[in-house]
Design a protein around this ligand. Structure first.
Ligand SMILES: [Zn+2]
Ligand SMILES: [Zn+2]
Length: 428
């Protein structure tokens, strides 16, 4: 390229760029305008980064390549990089030029053991493994925030820790990182995260307290095996007594979460105050006893303690009372719990920057899903958001883990600019 053309291009680019940002020259942009400007500038690159993760998914505990790729991006941005916290986790540390708090952003890294037909042009190259939960998007968003905040380092207060966490799907990674001594030394003040899901792209949703229903697995042990008929009869007795929903609604039909009348965004959503139980219990014989297992989703923490006594009572009152050995929970994971004050502060911060109503209030609790981010929240005050990744006009439905899972990549832009702004403000 000769000098003349280069000069023309430089003039053109300095002339062209500010137009999209209120006719202001770049030096006059406010921090949040600059965040939007930088986000738009790297958006195409972030899409490529996401597609690379999508083509090369790795299961929980095997995120070796993913770790290498993330490490390289973070080092290129000039961040300090720490590994050996747990598994293939990576932490990127960005120090602002001004004093402030220690704020963390968490992205999960692992893919799913799926083999669904993938409609995208950038299909998984690994047979039987797919990014069917959207963690590829989460990593691209986190790398994007790191770049945008690195570009605003001069005005950034405090230190931002980008936690790339392995093994989310197995519910192991967050717990192990959170209890690691090296991690504790970071003395984080606050931690934030998101999950992409089947809301319209561009929508961000949050609520105080539980984002999901409490996920439990109940185990009922008998002395002897029950016949098929007996299992059916007992299952229906237990379900009739436990299952609860709002005015006979069907919160187990999860696709309704986007319905404007009964979905999460409506104050009278059906996704509150319910208990869902598997229709069929899983049965097997082990160690000389017969087991019946079922997954349960309960929205109310207080009501969980009634479940085991009432199941025991139902069985004692049935013909199988003398056969009963025990009733217990074999899965007792914590659930994502957003502290009310910090949630309110985060909503206010973002509504102030991007306009009132920018954050959509969430009135329900999503069944079937959970996130081990809950373990970070047990140690560090933190808020977890839902990021819409669907585009119904384009036929894209981001229902995590479903065979038709797809993401409108525009959500990467929304995620990067919104949460760059939030982390920037929270560091003060
Ligand atoms: Zn998942
Ligand atoms: Zn996930």
């Amino acid at each position: 390229m000769n000098k003349q053309i280069l000069l023309t291009l430089l003039i053109l680019s300095t002339f062209c760029t500010p137009i999209a940002y209120g006719q202001k020259p770049k030096s006059k942009l406010t921090v949040h305008e600059s965040i939007q400007f930088e986000t738009d500038k790297i958006f195409d690159k972030l899409v490529q980064i996401r597609r690379d993760f999508h083509e090369n998914p790795e299961l929980a505990g095997k995120e070796k390549r993913t770790q290498e790729v993330i490490k390289k991006h973070l080092l290129d941005l000039g961040l300090q990089v720490e590994t050996e916290i747990y598994g293939y986790g990576v932490i990127g540390i960005l120090k602002g030029d001004k004093k402030g708090k220690n704020i963390a952003w968490r992205a999960d890294m692992d893919a799913l053991p799926n083999d669904f037909p993938d409609p995208s042009d950038f299909k998984s190259k690994v047979k039987g493994v797919q990014h069917g939960c959207g963690h590829d998007v989460h990593m691209a968003v986190a790398i994007g925030i790191a770049e945008v905040l690195a570009k605003n380092k001069k005005s950034l207060r405090g230190t931002v820790y980008f936690i790339f966490q392995p093994e989310e799907e197995t519910f192991i990674g967050a717990k192990r990182i959170a209890e690691n001594k090296k991690f504790e030394q970071f003395k984080l003040d606050e931690i934030y995260s998101l999950h992409v899901t089947a809301l319209p792209a561009g929508q961000i949703m949050v609520k105080a307290n539980e984002m999901y229903a409490y996920q439990k697995e109940i185990n009922i042990r008998f002395k002897n095996a029950l016949s098929g008929e007996e299992i059916k009869e007992l299952t229906s007795k237990i379900r009739n007594s436990l299952v609860r929903s709002n005015n006979g609604s069907k919160p187990w039909e999860i696709q309704s979460i986007i319905d404007p009348k009964i979905g999460l965004a409506n104050p009278s959503t059906i996704f509150k105050d319910y208990l869902i139980a598997d229709e069929k219990f899983r049965t097997y014989s082990k160690n000389d006893s017969f087991h019946m297992n079922a997954e349960l989703y309960e929205t109310d923490a207080d009501k969980i303690k009634n479940i085991i006594p009432s199941v025991e009572q139902i069985i004692k009152d049935s013909n199988y009372g003398s056969q009963l050995l025990s009733v217990s929970f074999i899965k007792e994971n914590p659930t994502v719990l957003n502290p009310p004050n910090l949630t309110r502060n985060s909503i206010n911060t973002l509504d102030t920057i991007y306009g009132k109503g920018f954050i959509t209030p969430d009135y329900g609790q999503v069944p079937y899903f959970n996130d081990d981010f809950a373990y970070f929240q047990q140690k560090i005050p933190g808020v977890y958001f839902l990021l819409g990744g669907s585009n119904f006009e384009k036929g894209i439905t981001a229902m995590n883990h479903a065979p038709n899972f797809e993401v409108d990549e525009e959500c990467i832009r929304t995620g990067v600019r919104t949460f760059s702004s939030l982390l920037f403000e929270r560091g003060k």
